[in-house]
Design a binder for this molecule. Sequence first.
Ligand SMILES: [Zn+2]
Length: 715
Amino acid sequence: MTVRVRFAPFLFPALLLLASFSSPLAAQNPTAPAVFGYADFTAQSKVEEKFLAVPDASLAGQHLKFLTAEPHLAATPEDRKTAEYVAQKFRTAGLETEIVPYRVLLNQPQEVRVEAYDDHGKLLMSGPAREHVSNDPYQDDPRVVMSFNGSSGSGDVTAEVVYANYGRLEDFDQLVAQHIDIRGKIVLARYGANFRGVKVYIAEQRGALGVLLYSDPQDDGYDKGQAYPQGPWRPETAVQRGSVQYLFKFPGDPETPGVASTLDLPDSARIPAEKSPSQPRIIAIPISSHDAMPILRALKGVSVPQGWQGALPFRYHIGQLAGQGSVRVHLLSRQDYQRRIIWDVIGKAKGAEYPDQWVIAGNHRDAWVYGAVDPSSGTAAMLESVHGIGVLLHQGWRPKRTLLFCSWDAEEEGLIGSTEWVEGHAKALEQAVAYFNMDVAVSGPDFSAAATPSLKQFLRELTRSVPSPLGESVYRQWGANHPAGEDRHASNVPPAAEEIHVGDLGSGSDFTPFFQHVGVPSTDIGSGGPYGVYHSVFDNYAWYTQNADPHFLYLQQMARVFGLEALRMADADVLPLDYAAYSRAISSYIEAAKRKAADQGVNLDFSSAQTAAARFIAAADRVYSLQAAPSGDLLRLNLALRQVESALLSDDGLPNRTWYRHTIYAPGEFTGYAVQVLPGVNEALDAQDRTRAAQQLAVLAQALDRATRTLDFAQ
Ligand SMILES: [Zn+2]
């Protein structure tokens, strides 16, 4: 489901391209531990070398071809077929493998219709039009699901249309400022800027009857560049499907928050869908720019504010609510809601020394249609990571910690397969040391990553060991696109000169249950490029080989990075979790929240949180020096290092959305994908609720004190 920030096509300095890839080992300083977490990296470097030699570009391409041969929406026979393919590859590699089913509520569309009329009752459009371009070999398969939104309501409504730009909170507030009341109306909003479920959530809260979501050419279509099949951008008939579940309330099966939807879970343990806080009550339908154009063109009334104009070739207007210039739209949505069976695939290599400490690597497998980029590039890469681990296993190597590779189902509908599995393994996951995610693994050559702060340095370090198809290391290519300095605002200390930006984890993919519900340190990686066909029929093998990665070299690169994350974490002497950086990031968040409160004129005492953060920094620095020169009781040190993330959870969860238990990170209630730091405190400030803000500051200080005590236990 992930949407990644896209960067401009990158320009490598010619010198970088000429320089040859040098072994990471050559750069090691012999007097310091060469790799954080290892007392002596010599043996491990041999294991890693063997591993890195295995992932194969053409085999990855074969996986991709198989996985994208048919549309494989969650819970369909074709989805089951991909599960069996993945399970077979896991078994061949020597992983103990099982296909784990869950029974979860999913909608599939029976009928979706949109018709628009002008103020004389003249038909302006009738759709949705079929997604179509000239010469795409995949578009005509009868199994391509019609355009729809996961978790949309069913219904039949007719009302005037109001254009609401991106459907952000500030956009809806702008309508209020223009005296436009959306109660009883249909909102037309463009994709982009926030998670689509947030657009529907605000529209529903403000009384709209339905939402039409469309793709404006300005955001991912011809305004960006050549549209498919001439180029990578969205053609005018292409539709972005997607879930509008309120996943910022909780992800997973809408009927079982906090509980795994196993096949034997009785109905009495499920909450009725119509009462589920994660389900919209109104209709949402996604349409193409082709279908949105006649509606937008006919809208009259107030001209749009600056920033609301898209790239269609006329001036946009917000819409008249009655009489001349009003546009009425008829929406019909018949959704077949049923409890359906989905299939996760879990492959395990048992740890030789610490079998209870799990290192988990996962990627979802289900797609809205073919999903070449999202998510099959991730699955193809993961299968080559597993291939590499398999070669090591067949040579008699065993990981120190237990390795788990996971192929999640029904991610697109709301992170369902991963969430149900996490909810069913919450106890065991208290000992899991890390979760590594991939989703949209390859849409181009631009590596990027997001992570728990404790794992940012780990990612920077290990990408030095992986060659890039462009020469040198992934780290160097990454650095060429993400110059240092972007992290500086989040730290009280100047970062090392070579520090590359690693983002924070918000939501939109399967790391969410691991990180924000049960507190497992997590990362999310991908390699991006111009990608305009997200969630459309055109995210297929033909688009991929034409635009993203014709020789599958980036699948190979991602297989190496992903597998190396798992391998290096599984074998580390001391867990390479960096709390010196993490504690400083938290301290900077507290300072920022304090400034925000001051700007609002709110009188709040931040001193206990600030003091707690300072103590956390001091403890983290002490432990960091133990990690840098590991000796003595490593079991105790490792136990403590792992428990710090758990210490940052609050038992009560966030106010109004208790499934989210992390006190430092949550998806923003009004952004959805983007992260909200110190969510309890900042959301209380946003709601101008001083009492709640004070209470949440106390919760934060307690969490930081728990984290400090946990680190002190290590010494
Ligand atoms: Zn995805």
